[in-house]
Design a protein around this ligand. Structure first.
Ligand SMILES: *[C@@H]1O[C@H](CO)[C@@H](O)[C@H](O)[C@H]1NC(C)=O
Length: 186
């Protein structure tokens, strides 16, 4: 009986910690909106969103251009190399009270997404997290962006460490293979 109670207690503790870890995603201190805009390359992605695993093996590096909009928010246009064409995706990101923390919606799936710039030095790399805030299941994505197509290995290690801390596994990580396809569209 005692053993059973102990096990239940541990299960409850782990459940609690899963919840506390979720609300605990950091944001780059002193985040500066005007420095994050511009063109980025997707260096790596870690995700457990339902679309990730089925598509993982086909994913290649894509470009994303972030701009400020007239209403004071952001728009992101990404160009994804598909088998024979470049697929353009546009997302509007709305600011929140906290600089570096944004909100978007994925209309196709009806998901509300909390978006955070976890860490960036603006000139070299940016690590961004996305997590849905509605629906029964919680999905997480971590994307590592670079101003160029390559980043220092320490930054990839930092990305991997952070992704694993968010509860993602090695199978959820894709280092994007470089391609020349669609790189100059944006
Ligand atoms: C990644 O995690 C390892 C093991 O915990 C640690 O030794 C290393 O310093 C971390 N690296 C970075 C760049 O965060």
């Amino acid at each position: 009986m005692k053993g059973l109670l102990l096990s239940l207690g541990l299960v409850a503790l782990f459940a609690l910690c899963a919840v506390c870890a979720q609300s605990d995603i950091p944001v780059q201190p002193d985040f500066q909106d005007d420095k994050i805009v511009g063109k980025w390359y997707s260096i790596a992605l870690a995700s457990n969103f339902d679309w990730f695993l089925p598509n993982k093996q086909n994913m290649k590096m894509y470009t994303a251009v972030l701009t400020s909009t007239a209403d004071g928010n952001f728009e992101g246009v990404s160009i994804h190399p598909n088998s024979d064409r470049c697929e353009k995706k546009t997302l509007k990101y709305f600011k929140t009270d906290q600089p570096g923390r944004l909100h978007t919606e994925i209309q196709r799936s009806g998901q509300d997404i909390d978006v955070r710039f976890v860490e960036t030095n603006y000139e070299e790399y940016a690590m961004m997290s996305m997590r849905n805030t509605n629906g029964p299941d919680v999905y997480t994505s971590v994307t590592l962006f670079g101003r160029g197509k390559e980043l220092r290995p320490e930054l990839l290690t930092k990305f991997r460490n952070f992704s694993l801390e968010q509860g993602l596994g090695e199978e959820n990580i894709r280092i994007m293979p470089q391609t020349d396809q669609c790189m100059t569209e944006a």
